[in-house]
Ligand binder design. Structure first.
Ligand code: GTP
Ligand code: MG
Length: 348
């Protein structure tokens, strides 16, 4: 385990992350802002300090904003943004290229066959999978299991990959990772070493940690999974009252889109968790709704609603998937981690 700690804008701006990292299997190149034509270290540092963490952020920036924060002329800013767009290869894909990109999609097993089948074969790269449900429903436990399973060989449901874990509630448990690793025949310390934890203390800090992901992947191209546990806790605490709701949703939207872009660029699986809140205004139907509501719903590719079932079982329901039928899967959380419910009952 390695703590990626407090992401400071200054250190981010001056850190030398180099170029050339080819992450994952998808052949996405990582180009640092300072390596764009017409951008030296000084301008790159100003750009990064202004919050444009990588070329994708720069490619989608407003030229007037960039001109102002970098104290350069607007034509120069336009040229730099055009360079960033070129470097980011923000072109249209042909149908065939799109198909090729989809072929690079890989899956991480959750540990339960039933849950994997529900998700179309496991948690997918190039997608955001959101699990929402009440406390103790198993959202974090699935994250622990994925962070271990991603390290397994492909035939065992893994990707021989590493994890970035953004912890917003202080609920990451090294001992649980070790326990799950041992149960999968992995070295527990090595398993922890392969997970990089960033503890977020505020929603702004959470945004910074997400911005830091390309740099971390550049250093460790084996990263295949990003966990955000939980996505909304800090936003929920900071933005109280409806007056600031639009503001909050806009920020959440930025994070989610950044995560989706990272998933596409680096062929990553993104797993986020979300609490539910009671809705006293809803008289019929499900009285719970995910915090962040429809904003996450539009961005997440797979949404899974978790609830506690009978005898300690958990029931996962796939909600609003673009390509898979809605359905349910039952699984169990034991000392060994996530397993199928039947397997468990057979064992007893
Ligand atoms: P919140 O973060 O509180 O919203 O809940 P969550 O959905 O993240 O719940 P979490 O994934 O932490 O699940 C907690 C449940 O998992 C517990 O109530 C236990 O039933 C089970 N669990 C957690 N750790 C262990 C463990 O080490 N062994 C076993 N057998 N069960 C565990
Ligand atoms: Mg949790």
């Amino acid at each position: 385990m390695q703590d990626i700690g407090m992401a400071k804008k200054d250190s981010e701006a001056t850190s030398d992350s180099g170029i050339e990292a080819k992450a994952g299997d998808a052949n996405y190149e990582y180009v640092d802002i300072k390596d764009l034509e017409g951008v030296g270290a000084t301008i790159a540092s100003k750009i990064k300090n202004a919050g444009y963490a990588d070329i994708i952020a720069l490619a989608t920036a407003n030229p007037m904003d960039v001109a102002e924060v970098c104290e350069i002329g607007e034509p120069t800013a336009r040229k730099i943004i055009a360079e960033a767009r070129e470097a980011a290869k923000m072109n249209f894909l042909s149908g065939l290229e799109f198909e090729d990109k989809r072929k690079a999609v890989q899956r991480i097993s959750t540990g339960s066959n039933a849950l994997d089948i529900l998700l179309g074969g496991g948690v997918e790269t190039q997608s955001i999978t959101e699990c929402y449900g009440e406390f103790g429903s198993g959202k974090s436990q699935i994250a622990f299991q994925l962070a271990v399973n991603v390290q397994l060989a492909k035939e065992k449901g893994g990707l021989e990959g590493h994890t970035i874990w953004i912890d917003t509630e202080g609920t990451f448990r090294p001992a649980r990772i070790e326990q799950l690793a041992i149960s999968k025949g992995l070295d527990p310390k090595e398993a922890l070493q392969n997970i990089k934890i960033g503890r977020a203390y505020s929603s702004d800090h959470q945004i910074l940690l997400v911005d830091k992901i390309p740099e971390l992947i550049n250093k460790d191209p084996k990263i295949k999974l990003v966990v955000v546990d939980s996505m909304m806790a800090l936003f929920r605490a900071e933005y109280v009252g409806r007056g600031t709701l639009a503001d909050r949703q806009q920020k959440v939207n930025v994070i989610l889109h950044n995560l989706q872009r990272l998933a596409d660029r680096f062929n990553l699986a993104i797993y986020i968790t979300n609490q539910v809140m009671a809705r006293p205004d809803v008289m019929f139907g499900d009285p719970t709704v995910a915090v962040g509501g429809h904003i996450i719903g539009h961005v997440a590719t797979y949404r899974v609603y978790l609830r506690k079932g009978k005898k300690g079982l958990r029931v996962a329901k796939l909600v609003d998937s673009p390509s898979l039928p809605e359905g349910e899967a039952t699984f169990q959380i034991s000392a060994d981690g996530i397993t199928d419910a039947e397997e468990e009952s057979k064992r007893k």
